[in-house]
Write a protein that binds this ligand. Sequence first.
Ligand code: FRU
Length: 481
Amino acid sequence: QASTEQWRPNFHFSPAKNWTNDPNGLVYHEGEWHIFYQYNPFENKWGHMSWGHAVSKDLVNWEHLPVAIPEDSVWIFSGGVVIDKNNTSGFGANSMVAIYTADYHGKKENQHLAYSTDKGRTWTKYKGNPIIPAPMPGGKAMKDFRDPNMFWHEPSKQWVMVVVLPLEFKAQFYGSKNLTNWTLLSEFSKQGDLRKMWECPSLIELPIEGEQGTRWVLMLSSNGPHQDFIGMQYFVGTFDGKTFTNDNPADTKLYVDYGKDFYAAIPFYNAPKKSMLGWMASWNYTDALPTFPWKGQMSIPREISLKRTKEGVRLLQKPAEEVLKAKNWRGLVQMEEMGIEEDNGMMWQNQAGSYMIDVEFELNGAREVGVKVMKNPTNNQETLIGYQKDSEQLYINRINSGKVIAPNFASMDASPMKEERGTVRLLVFVDQSSIEVFGNEGEAVITSLIFPEGNSGNWQLFSRGGRAKVTKLKVWEWQKD
Ligand code: FRU
């Protein structure tokens, strides 16, 4: 198979070679950000599931480390990592404790523990595994029971874990004093979007911007064999150390990202700021991902918080400061107050294929504004990122973006978004084979993979249906080290 290094991202994490899916055990510890990740050490496809490992001091440059937790007689599925500062577990002060799902080759799942006393470099599997057996309603162990994520809950002075029974649409909360003995606290089930099984839950307390208060956010990922796309959903509510209570009616559906390629995100534990990252792909077409010798990449880290809106408290996601401030960005364009109409907007030729565009439009008479990226003058491929006034939607249109890897890949994916006083802001990250767009101040986010063919580094601003004004435009290109 030919190498496809032209699709290798520059400022997104990807394994040097072979397959990855979910990020696991995201944690900050003694100056290092850790990504563990679902990894096949042997092949460029799913299998032999183990935890790969990389560390970073700046959330931009990642150092690849050896496989952290290899498969044995079971696969090592997704899970979380905490730092046991006070040695509640007896594995050692400041040890890293991973709890993950042991998958018995599709026959059974339960929760296992491993720990590290050398900053995640070497891991010991706990002798008492499993620490939580699968629930046995009616005496029969449930086959699907996975993806634990843990945190220390100070008010109730205990560790709390959330884990799912995917096919029951049920999240379970467990509590523990020592990370090894867990008791069931409560369950949360059958709320939100129930079209596909639930995976990779997490629970985190987030600040509400401009207010004193906080809210708890339960996130999870939903995917499955049929063709609807769900991706990640979230619930906003309270957590009292025992029960998560949804603020909204049970049928309220809230989505994290409106693209097809953001999945299994979990928060960084013990981090100086509330942040997360996810896997950029969808199970609907993972087999068709065309990259070699690696398959799978992570989103950029996102800082997360909440905002009170007319509809209720909603999630905000902003690109991590570290990514915005990376020393590799070289300013290309900086402009203000420029009129555009149809396709006469500024066109820029860029060979690199990794860039960041921060643009603010005043819509005026226009019905639609945006930017076309990864344009190729030879084969006319391009990806459109825009805002539609009438439908109040932010979108990514990748119908003609390049290689169509699956029938449902060529699509236009849209998120609700509102203008603010007649203006919209788009912060767009283009990195060879992905687009992430953050609308306004991070209230609408869309993530899409693209596989442009040939020399496609051009971009251009556009408006439709009238004249718009670009009030601010800044573009940077990524320069490799
Ligand atoms: C989510 C998931 C998890 C599971 C892992 C296996 O993408 O299906 O539920 O732990 O991937 O690789």
